[in-house]
Design a protein around this ligand. Sequence first.
Ligand code: FES
Length: 105
Amino acid sequence: MNEISLTIIDRENKHHLLKGPTDMNMNIMEICKAYDLPVIGECGGMAMCATCQCYLESETVLPPQSDAELDMLDQAFYVKENSRLGCQIQLSDEIEGIVLRLAPE
Ligand code: FES
């Protein structure tokens, strides 16, 4: 099975080392939910709720943000320079070792 490792830092500053498949079309929001991390993902991954917002804390190079993601982050709270929507980050070999911190709810 093709899988990568990633680290999610929760809101209590606890680090969770996760493994995620790269061949199941999953994104960060979905893998967090699969591990029962406190990510709501209210819109189901449509870039319309920002409940999956997280901060990129590694040097991982991600694809550019879509207009939909930028628009959503424009309206969200607690947005920082390194904010991303977890549902817009696909699990792929390119993000092996990524570190993301969950934004406040
Ligand atoms: S799950 Fe709604 S924006 Fe990501």
